[in-house]
Design a protein around this ligand. Structure first.
Ligand code: AMP
Ligand code: MG
Length: 387
């Protein structure tokens, strides 16, 4: 036999061995998935989140009991660039992921062999960042021989509320307000997510971040704007010509962002009437007023759409989720809306508003119970995903 023939034979042998291993993995994880779906015993899931600038791993029992939730944030790293740099985020996820998994197990006082399934955010988010979590999840699932569950990041934000509010069950109206998404959805059952309206351009959190950057405030802009808004008056009308109330539930934030940019530029020009006006600083009181007015307008836009959604859907409860859900002005506004309409309002604590592994593991539990979400080693990350 020639060297070439030996090489081909060797390749074919290893290829069929590889195929056999994959087939064994797929078959045994499918069987275990069915067992998990049908069992009444406890289910312990390890959830991995790496869609943006948080590397997070959590261990959650039965979808609601958090045994550990480790969040390694890259905020300090990205702050110097004024926003998240995708390439830097991916590299930092790679450096953090193994130690965050170890820490989550140690905190939960468990071993890898105690885990029944591995859950991971596969979309939407930053592609390079997601790939790190997806690769780690696939490796763990293969090595442990346990099912791999793919989780939609936006749906998982809503699940943070199942952890916070132990008796919360659908149906309800969900509002996901985050750095990448602004969605109003009708949650008919745990895995039935009907989008009623969403932003057609910038997300609400993105608008907070961009306006903060314009005002020279650090990243992330949401908490900074909230802090300055508390010191100012919401006395600026960014939309000089009032628009009529919208009839549909879609939202837009880029118009408001542009209106704030124009207002800031005009104010700076009035201070310094030459070409260098962009570099001059606004009076701190004016900065506070801009923050208060922007916060009010952006929250009003969202609240109006929510009002319309309540009327159209005869909703009984509102569930808030995502990073912007930490905003106290938004919560206060929705609280009075709910009081007026005799609805209940639920939102997670600040730690669960931000991206975290616990919401991923929680979402995976409810997927498993409906026989959904099982993935295999072909799972890939996706920057976008139809919600
Ligand atoms: P997420 O995309 O869910 O990780 O949330 C991050 C987004 O939430 C960023 O755009 C933040 O600026 C925003 N955010 C965080 N805290 C607040 C807050 N208190 N008020 C408004 N936006 C916030
Ligand atoms: Mg998020």
């Amino acid at each position: 036999m020639s060297i070439k023939e030996v090489k081909i034979k060797y390749f074919l042998n290893s290829y069929s061995l590889f195929n056999m291993l994959i087939m064994n993995y797929t078959q045994s994880t499918t069987e275990k998935f069915t067992q998990l779906k049908n069992t009444n015993a406890d289910i312990t899931i390890l959830g991995i989140e790496s869609s943006c600038d948080e590397t997070s791993v959590a261990i959650v029992k039965n979808g609601r009991e958090v045994l550990s939730n480790i969040i390694s944030s890259q905020i300090e790293i990205h702050r110097r660039f004024g926003g998240v740099v995708p390439e830097i985020a991916s590299r930092n996820h790679i450096m953090a992921i193994n130690s965050v998994i170890d820490e989550a197990l140690t905190k939960a006082n468990l071993k890898l062999t105690d885990i029944d399934a591995i859950a991971v955010t596969h979309a939407p988010g930053l592609l390079g960042a997601l790939i790190v979590g997806v690769s780690a999840a696939k490796s763990l699932s293969y090595a442990l021989g346990v099912p791999l569950i793919k989780v939609n990041h936006i749906h998982a934000h809503v699940s943070a509320n199942y952890i916070e509010h132990k008796t919360l069950n659908p149906p309800f109206l969900a509002v996901v307000a985050s750095g990448g998404h602004t969605i109003i959805a009708n949650i008919k059952s745990f895995n039935d997510f009907e989008v009623l309206g969403q932003t057609t351009d910038d997300a609400i959190g993105e608008a907070f971040d961009k306006v903060a950057r314009l005002l020279g405030l650090p990243y992330p802009g949401g908490p900074e704007i909230e802090k300055h808004a508390k010191l100012g008056q919401a006395n600026i009308d960014f939309f000089k010509t009032k628009k009529g109330l919208k009839k549909d539930l879609n939202l837009s934030y880029s118009g408001l962002k542009t209106a704030v940019i124009n207002y800031v530029n005009t104010s700076k020009q009035a201070l310094k009437n030459d070409d260098n006006f962009a570099f001059c600083t606004l009076h701190p009181e004016l900065t506070n007023d801009i923050c208060a007015s922007f916060q009010k307008t952006s929250v009003d836009i969202l609240t109006n759409a929510i009002k319309l959604a309540i009327e159209k859907n005869n909703s009984k409860a509102i569930v808030l989720a995502g990073g912007v859900a930490a905003n106290s002005y938004l919560k206060k506004n929705l609280q009075s809306l709910c009081k007026e309409s005799d609805l209940s309002l639920k939102y997670p604590s600040s730690l669960l508003c931000t991206d975290n592994g616990a919401m991923i593991a929680s979402n995976a539990y409810f997927l498993i119970k409906d026989g959904l979400g099982l993935a295999d080693l072909t799972l890939n990350a996706g920057a976008t995903l139809k919600t």
